[in-house]
Design a protein around this ligand. Sequence first.
Ligand SMILES: NC(=O)c1ccc[n+]([C@@H]2O[C@H](COP(=O)([O-])OP(=O)(O)OC[C@H]3O[C@@H](n4cnc5c(N)ncnc54)[C@H](OP(=O)(O)O)[C@@H]3O)[C@@H](O)[C@H]2O)c1
Length: 242
Amino acid sequence: MHSLANKRILVTGASSAIGAQIARDIIDQGGKVLGTYRTTPAKQLEQFSTEDSFESVCWDALNAPDFLELSSPFDGWVHCVGTIHPQPIKYMNEIGNERLFQVNYFSATHMATALVSQNLLKPGASVVFISSVSSHYPYRGGATYAASKAALETFAKALALELSAKKIRVNTLVCGLVNTPIYQASVAAHSPAEVQRMEEKYPLGIGEPTAVSMPCIFLLSDDSRWMTGSQLLLDGGLMLNA
Ligand SMILES: NC(=O)c1ccc[n+]([C@@H]2O[C@H](COP(=O)([O-])OP(=O)(O)OC[C@H]3O[C@@H](n4cnc5c(N)ncnc54)[C@H](OP(=O)(O)O)[C@@H]3O)[C@@H](O)[C@H]2O)c1
């Protein structure tokens, strides 16, 4: 496994299914996590972690990350904050458009500016963004979600370029369907036949959170020290059928 011994990692959206798994695996590999949540702290993480390996802080991505003012620098940052709001373009409203873009995209840009301007990413730190295959293959009702993830991927590359002088690396995990509340919400918005058709497109089946957290640990570790500006495709073979 890839060691994260003594690395201190910021996980924004540590209360998400994927974020909580990533936080847990960071701690498992000897790292320490400052995790953000918006509504409910990840209770299972607090129980799992030892004394100082996990701290959590409430942060709504629509607000400035003021909690950073008291923080010491990080060896890494994983941005898991994200939301969906399925909506055909014909009926698109402020929540499905501007708000969704704000949560999925501007949360990352504002946090990046705060971290960089306050020197909170150590030289050699690793940043990981979580994107979606829909940024390349959009789905009906997902125009803004797909566009926000496409913007996030481009931003990650620009950030990688600007931070390379400090050997800070920025990479993106481009994920297919993962079995989480976001996926369950999407299931609820489709008919059973549509869900079956969707799942059948995955030769290896849809993913579980560990299928994302393990590659994320690799990207956070020094074993990926020559990778920056990359997009790692995690899709259970979906693109084989594209
Ligand atoms: N699941 C999939 O199939 C899939 C596929 C590709 C990419 N992704 C991406 O992976 C990431 C994690 O997804 P998930 O499935 O684990 O999601 P999830 O369980 O639904 O969690 C979403 C996370 O975003 C946080 N969040 C939402 N709105 C926020 C806001 N306004 N301010 C701060 N935090 C906010 C939530 O915090 P609270 O819970 O505290 O409200 C939660 O931590 C997302 O970026 C998602 O787009 C997921």
